[in-house]
Design a protein. Sequence first.
Length: 378
Amino acid sequence: MMTITFLSSTIRKSLVQKLRTAVVASLAVGLVVGAPVYAQENPMNTSTQKAALPRVLLLATGGTIAGSADSRGSGAYNAGAIGAQQLISSVAGLGELASLSAEQVASIGSQDMTDDVWFKLAHRIQEAFDKHEADSVVITHGTDTMEETAYFLSLVLKTDKPVVLVGSMRPATALGADGPANIYQAVQVAVDRQSIGRGVLVVMNDQIDSARGVTKTHSTSVQTMQSPNLGSQGYVDLGHVRFLQPVQPSQLLTLPKAAPLPRVEIIYSHSNMDASQIEHAIADKAKGIILAGMGDGNTSKAALAALEKAASQGIVVVRSTRVSKGYVNRDVEVDDSKSGFVASMDLNPQKARVLTQLLIANGITDPVKVQEAFLNGH
Ligand code: DGL
């Protein structure tokens, strides 16, 4: 009996010791795990170690994220009022993530975005990467045309380095301003190795979206940027960058020598639609016409006849849709093959316009070749 008792006390002591070790270890882990994730992921705080931080070039263009309240009150604000450096210094903790430099490319509401600003952005980003000045780029931008800028850059930048566009739905001076957190998350995604090779991304309100998929879906909500057809790429939650989609191959076109891009008009379809808007586009020497059609890219017989006339004159005609979700497919209610039209697939009218402009600028106007480009982009 003694033996058993002895053994049991020895075992007990050993078990208590093991348990104590386990408890201390789990507490230690708990302290580290419980620590703010950012500190855990970026324990760099010496100048030498800071020198090893990824180099992020922030290019500011304006938008609400750089907006400040206007004396008109009641939520009024002026987009683009705050400069790049001020934007960076307004976000605590950025210096732990990256070695940031900032440049002001424009100071506009993105409803005033131009081809000139697009070309400035494309040239500066390509130069920064070609000359090894930066490991990734973050662009602060208004949300109104963010999807178009992102998609344009995704088609012309020759790089696998991360380029992330970020904006906000509330100005910097608003209660519950979403800009600072969005900028922090955009830099997190930009410096994360998982972002390499994923093309141009949009980060807003914890969500990561692709340039091809993203669109503005709400006039005021902070969760406005969504990817109705292709789905979001991933999320930034409590400091972790999580990609849920495989890396997609990029579709590349050559950046034209200079702005402006070819004139491509978007024509919105509606009941009782006649041919007048299409006739005006032809008279204005449009090189391309994008139909924002009803449903699966439909429109009236009168408008279709005018679009066939445009196509017969060598104008690139693409059928997209005014509805928010779903693909526009070839030869369903419209005989694209007979009419010489292109179906936009997943691209909404504003995205279809960007791709059509760049295809025309690259000399690709044959409807068959244009359709291939719309098909193989994803
Ligand atoms: N002025 C609009 C723009 O710059 C506001 C939208 C925004 O930035 O969120 O796109």
